[in-house]
Design a protein around this ligand. Structure first.
Ligand SMILES: C[S@@+](CC[C@H](N)C(=O)[O-])C[C@H]1O[C@@H](n2cnc3c(N)ncnc32)[C@H](O)[C@@H]1O
Length: 475
């Protein structure tokens, strides 16, 4: 491994879900057994200069990553344009000769990050490279060139505070796009069966990558809802299965969540979603079941668990149970619908980790979201299990107060039945809901006061409805 060559590349990331980049790339490097070295400390900005062994390795990475816009074979980079030109003028011809051939068409793409340049300005920049010194010989083809050369000027992350000159310049050969197209392919807008809590396409793919989903894996979502997390896992070749406590959701008998849709189509289902993408052969089944009472036999093994448990905001966190001892006759038993009781977050995550520790293969992963009231977040209070190692923790900020974290655990040792799962310390995860609703109530009262001062009366009903809708719109 040590004698292999290293080549320089730019990884260009889409500028969203910044906290998820490193987690995704690390998971994919591990899944694909690829080596990578960072030439610059990975930063918040979307260009990472890295070294990998070959274009083939880079292509494998980009063929899975949804954070990546693309990867460039780096020919030069500098914070000074003269220096960049000098680097390119003295570039080893072996870098470009295979691509500068009479039969290979080419195109130069000039991009500016955080800044906008006119077409004339862009063309001027292109001409400096191509007609001053780079020995390009093939025809220009702007639509589908054989070779795409790429020049990027990076003006920082603040579009409202653009420096006169870019902070950095990059030049190279575009190698491959990342998987951003999956956002359109798996968009919820065109998904057959969705609900209020369906996960968007980008995060679903990120979760499948965190789980290192691969061909032949068996992957479960124990809070499956409309099955949005199963879709990318199946796309990457895993067999998928789900459980959910809510019969009506699983049977698509809840009210449609699209404003334009009055009634659910008769064929809406999790299976139909997988069929929609040609993934029916990866679908095993979905089962109505309470995750606090796992129905799996001892020895049932999963390669990964990917899930988004209820936060108790849009849907209740419940489990089967009763505060009274139920008196059910034998005749009633077949049709009996068990009552439900509250399922606190502390217990829910404790059960989930315990379940993962028992049923994951060694090295298998649990990928789950956990909601937090941001000011109460502290790492020591994350759910823990002695057999599971937390390998990634990425925050998605939902509002000034609330965020959710995507936690990835890897099973590192077999379960010892004596092991007692640790409960979270104070403040516990259960506080999330209480704080959330208190906060909603407080902001509602502030708004009411403001409105009453302004209008001279309180329209409490409409205020209440609109404030709840906006507060809960993201979770
Ligand atoms: C945030 S939603 C998950 C949405 C899902 N990712 C989707 O694509 O629609 C949480 C789901 O957990 C289910 N749920 C709540 N309590 C449960 C329990 N005790 N056991 C199993 N499922 C439960 C809810 O019915 C809901 O569908």
């Amino acid at each position: 491994m040590g004698s292999k060559v290293w080549k320089k590349y730019v990884l260009w990331f889409a500028h969203d879900l910044v906290d998820f980049r490193m987690a995704e790339i690390s998971s994919l490097l591990s899944l694909l057994s690829l080596d990578m070295k960072w030439l610059q400390e990975p930063a918040d900005h979307p260009f990472w200069i890295v070294q990998m062994h070959s274009d083939e390795c880079v292509m494998k990475l980009a063929a899975r990553s949804i954070s990546l816009r693309g990867v460039v074979d780096l020919w030069g980079y500098s914070d000074n344009i003269e220096d960049l030109h000098q680097q390119l003028k003295t570039l080893d011809p072996a870098c470009y000769q295979p691509y500068f051939q009479p039969h290979l068409s080419f195109k130069v793409e000039v991009e500016t990050f955080s800044n906008h340049l006119s077409m004339d300005e862009l063309i001027q920049k292109i001409e400096v490279f191509c007609f001053d010194y780079l020995p390009v010989v093939g025809p220009v083809n702007l639509k589908s060139p054989d070779v795409k050369l790429w020049f990027m000027e990076y003006y920082g992350l603040e579009p409202n505070n653009i420096p006169e000159k870019p902070y950095f310049y990059y030049f190279g050969r575009w190698i491959i796009d990342g998987q951003r197209h999956l956002m359109k392919k798996f968009s919820l807008k065109t998904r057959k069966f969705i609900g209020n809590t369906s996960m968007d396409a980008q995060i679903s793919v990120l979760m499948a990558n965190q789980a290192k989903a691969k061909s032949g894996d068996l992957i479960l979502d124990p809070f499956v809802g409309t099955g949005s997390l199963l879709v990318p896992a199946a796309h990457f070749g895993a067999y998928v299965i789900g459980t959910d406590i809510d019969f009506l959701t699983l049977h698509a008998q809840t009210r449609p969540s699209r404003i334009t849709q009055k009634v659910r189509a008769p064929d809406e289902s999790v299976r139909a979603n997988l069929c929609q993408y040609g993934l029916e052969n990866r679908y095993i089944d979905v089962i109505v079941a309470d995750s606090s009472l796992p129905l799996w036999v001892h020895g049932f093994e999963l390669d990964a668990i990917i899930t988004d448990p209820p936060y108790g905001i849009r849907e209740p966190t419940e489990r089967v149970g009763s505060h009274k001892i139920p008196q059910i006759t034998e005749e009633q038993a077949a049709k009996h619908i068990p009552s439900k009781i509250d399922y606190g977050h502390d217990h829910l995550y404790q059960d989930l980790l315990h379940f993962a520790a028992r049923h994951l293969v060694l090295g298998g992963r649990l990928v789950t979201f956990v909601p937090f009231f941001r000011e109460l977040y502290c790492e020591e209070n994350l759910p823990k299990h002695p057999c599971l190692k937390l390998v990634a923790n990425s925050e998605q900020v939902l509002s000034a107060y609330v965020s959710r974290r995507l936690l990835t655990y890897e099973k590192v040792s077999a379960v010892n039945t004596e092991v007692c799962v640790e409960r979270a310390l104070e403040p516990s995860l259960d506080i999330f809901r209480v704080k959330y609703f208190n906060h909603c109530e407080e902001s509602r009262q502030v708004r009411r006061k403001k409105n009453s001062g302004f209008r001279g009366h309180v329209n409490s009903d409409s205020n209440e409805k609109s404030s709840v809708a906006s507060e809960t719109s993201t979770i």
